[in-house]
Ligand binder design. Structure first.
Ligand SMILES: Cc1cc2nc3c(=O)[nH]c(=O)nc-3n(C[C@H](O)[C@H](O)[C@H](O)COP(=O)(O)OP(=O)(O)OC[C@H]3O[C@@H](n4cnc5c(N)ncnc54)[C@H](O)[C@@H]3O)c2cc1C
Length: 466
């Protein structure tokens, strides 16, 4: 094991949350992890793992012992006939794609990026878009966890079934995930068509449009009510990019957009025009592309940002967008990015935001300048109110204000999850402020402070501690 580091500071990707653990480890095998967990238990310390640190919240933070599993990133088994692979939990998705491709395999769906570790991505039910496709957690066929007592537990649909139902979306609360078995499909290419459609068409035909391609998503530009629809389908056609200058133009446009948002931080009056220009440059015309699946699923998330995303029943999505449109039309706060609308099939994973309902995810984003924060509080408060009124479930990775009582109303299996948690971690080794705030009764989470260069983990107001 690499010697524990006493001066490590964790910062998430967006640099919106940080913590300074007492000790930091990069274990290379399960024996080392068991030793760390047992030592933490003896010394009454907490243990948290971060994967890629891409969660836009304090979900992986601790002031106890912190681990990263980048050194546990091997492909362990491949069954080409069943299209099933087993990987170590620290494997990053971008490392996995080329390994799968060598075996003519691929993941059926992906989110916007592939920086995440496998254990971290499934831990928050990371999703892409596709009305007939589940989130990444639904691809999990089996898991190995090291519990809070240092026990090694393998679970699947046949073995320790309750642990399996809880652990496919584990939010870091059950144990340390060292191995994950994933269902893949044969490697495939995707044909992507992005085109403008009227806002009214999106509203009137949302559900049917979400089913017109295997993977459909919308980007809604709220200042000007423009909408771009992306339609992705599997294809055997040869690869093609829009034209030879497309990538260079994209890079230039990204730089220009960031500069405009930076100025817009101080002169918000320009933001409707910034949005109009972005639309004209990148979205007002039809764009075709064909490439390997993972290259088309992923896209450029550009720069540091604050994000908030909720999962609502697909049947209420049109109503939710209408309400949000009314709220934003009257709002005095700035809006930085188009609003992303994606679709995911229902599943049976206890804490999945798609548990037993076909789901529409609505995500809002604010730009985070390198040298300051932005006031996102009013926007987030309005957004959460609309999402809550639609029986919304927040994305676990993102900051939200749902306490246990609110969550139990929309997650019927939350009490069962808590029972499995208590069994897996009787001494609360894996608890932290995030889990305390949201999973223990009688806390009333509030948004973190908006000002100041960096939000410190220990500043979160808490009503009760373990
Ligand atoms: C630019 C960007 C784009 C994104 N796009 C999407 C998207 O399209 N769709 C979507 O759903 N989400 C998206 N996300 C969110 C992201 O997918 C999730 O936050 C994901 O959980 C991050 O994975 P990670 O490996 O960075 O995990 P971390 O953020 O490091 O950790 C997440 C949780 O998993 C736990 N954990 C990590 N590794 C282990 C382990 N081995 N054992 C036990 N617990 C572990 C951590 O303790 C924590 O509780 C995006 C985030 C960013 C920054």
């Amino acid at each position: 094991m690499v010697r524990p580091n006493k001066t490590f500071t964790y910062r998430n990707w967006a640099q919106t949350f940080s913590c300074s653990p007492e000790l930091y480890f990069e274990p290379q095998n399960e024996k080392e992890i068991v030793a760390i967990v047992q030592r933490a238990r003896e010394h009454r310390k907490t243990v948290k793992v971060f994967g890629a640190g891409h969660s836009p919240s304090d979900l992986p933070c601790t002031d106890g012992y912190m681990l990263n599993l980048d050194r546990m990133n091997r492909l362990l088994e491949v069954d080409e006939t069943r299209m099933v692979v087993t990987v170590e939990g620290g494997m990053r998705l971008f490392e996995l794609h080329p390994l799968l491709q060598k075996h003519n395999l691929a993941l059926s769906v992906l989110g916007a990026i592939s920086d995440q570790s496998v254990a971290g991505a499934i831990g928050t039910a990371t999703h892409g878009s596709g009305a007939g496709f589940g989130n990444l957690s639904t691809l999990v066929l089996g898991l190995r966890l090291i519990s809070g007592t240092g026990e090694i537990i393998d679970c699947s649909a046949m073995d320790h079934t309750d642990i399996f139902s809880a652990a496919r979306c584990h939010i870091g609360a059950l144990g340390i995930v060292t191995k994950v078995t994933l269902q893949c499909e044969r490697a495939f290419r995707l044909e992507s068509i992005q085109r403008p459609i009227p806002f009214a068409t999106m509203l009137d035909e949302l559900v049917s449009l979400s089913q017109t391609a295997q993977h459909t998503k919308f980007l809604w530009f709220p200042y000007n009510n423009n909408v771009a629809i992306s339609l992705l389908n599997r294809t055997t056609k040869v690869k093609s990019e829009p034209d030879s200058t497309w990538r260079i133009t994209q890079r230039k446009n990204r730089l220009r957009y960031e500069m405009e948002l930076y100025v817009g931080r101080y002169m918000p009056g320009i933001l409707p025009e910034v949005e109009k220009q972005l639309w004209k440059r990148d979205y007002a015309r039809e764009i075709h592309r064909i490439d390997d699946s993972y290259k088309v699923f992923n896209f450029d998330c550009m720069f540091r940002q604050y994000t908030n995303e909720w999962a609502i029943p697909t049947g209420r999505a049109s109503e939710a967008i209408k309400q949000l449109n009314q709220v934003l039309a009257k709002a005095k706060y700035p809006i930085h990015f188009p609003i992303e609308i994606r679709f995911v099939q229902h599943d049976d994973i206890w804490l999945s935001p798609c548990y037993q309902r076909d789901t529409c995810y609505i995500g809002v984003v604010m730009y985070k300048p390198f040298n300051s924060n932005v006031p996102y509080g009013e926007f987030w408060t309005d957004f959460e109110a609309v999402m809550k009124s639609m029986d919304g479930r927040p994305h676990w990775a993102k900051f939200h204000c749902m306490g246990y009582e609110d969550l139990a109303r929309v997650y019927p299996m939350l009490p069962n999850f808590m029972e499995v948690r208590a069994q897996m971690d009787p001494d609360n080794v894996f608890m932290n402020d995030y889990l305390t705030r949201h999973l223990l009764p009688n806390n009333h989470p509030v948004l973190p402070p908006e000002h100041g260069i960096r939000f410190q983990y220990s500043n979160i107001p808490l009503k009760s501690k373990l």
